[in-house]
Design a protein around this ligand. Structure first.
Ligand code: MN
Length: 233
């Protein structure tokens, strides 16, 4: 029987899969906090701790897969709008309580992403012990490049990760510096949520986060993946 809806249901956000003409439909966006030691230090934390997670809405995705920068709007209610370049894992096979040894079989592919952050609002929420969503899960807060299928992505576990703003190097790291690697992250995440095909995991940012302004052009790169280019408007 036809289920009548009171308005058309929104379509899943789509991310292009490089070289295929096909798209990856986004289900959820999970993010890992403080997953590089040098970034944890710059945020004022030094001890290794179990991975922790927050989410962004699926429609926070902004596809930035072209040669020319994709426009990303400067968000309201902030004067400290930060870039965080991250390796993004695209889940192709769901599951729960996934073993570390099996975790990479659940990966469809990889992309470069930006976990854009209203840092001033994050600081207020953290101080008051309140949820981070207003700082992390706002509109257009999750730019992403094309997804490369895992078998074509090269060794993303041992790849350089960089962010340039207006051609100047701002963030530079290496994915082998991840405190919790991709397999460990998937395993831990799947103990708390049932992972589904279409889930994206932003795996954390290396040191060097900082503010951007309207007019800035950001280029994010992970070795072996196509670059992501955005312009803040
Ligand atoms: Mn992040």
């Amino acid at each position: 029987m036809d289920q009548k809806t009171v308005f058309p249901p929104p379509a899943a956000p789509l991310v292009p899969v490089a070289g295929t003409g096909q798209f990856f439909p986004v289900h959820r966006i999970y993010c890992v906090g403080r997953n590089y030691a040098e970034h944890a230090k710059e945020m004022g934390f030094s001890d290794r701790e179990p991975p922790f997670f927050f989410m962004k809405p699926a429609d926070a995705v902004v596809v930035a897969a072209g040669d020319t920068p994709t426009s990303v709007p400067y968000p309201p209610q902030t004067s400290n709008y930060h870039h965080e370049v991250e390796l993004v894992v695209a889940i192709g096979k769901g599951g729960r309580d996934i073993a570390v040894a099996d975790a990479l079989q659940h990966v469809f592919g990889y992309a470069v992403g930006l976990d854009m952050t209203r840092r001033d609002l994050q600081a207020v929420m953290r101080k008051d012990g309140r949820p981070w969503c207003i700082a992390k899960g706002f509109d257009a807060s999750a730019p992403i490049g094309a997804i490369v299928p895992a078998e074509q992505a090269g060794d993303v576990a041992h790849a350089s990760i960089t962010l340039h703003v207006n051609g100047e190097l701002r963030q530079q790291g290496h994915t082998d510096q991840l405190i919790w690697n991709v397999a460990e992250t998937i395993a831990t995440l799947s103990q708390a949520w049932t992972l589904q095909p279409g889930d994206l995991i932003y795996t954390g940012t290396p040191a060097g986060v900082g503010a951007v302004q309207q007019g800035d052009v950001l280029q994010a790169q992970v070795q072996g993946l196509p670059p992501l280019r955005v312009r803040i408007v």
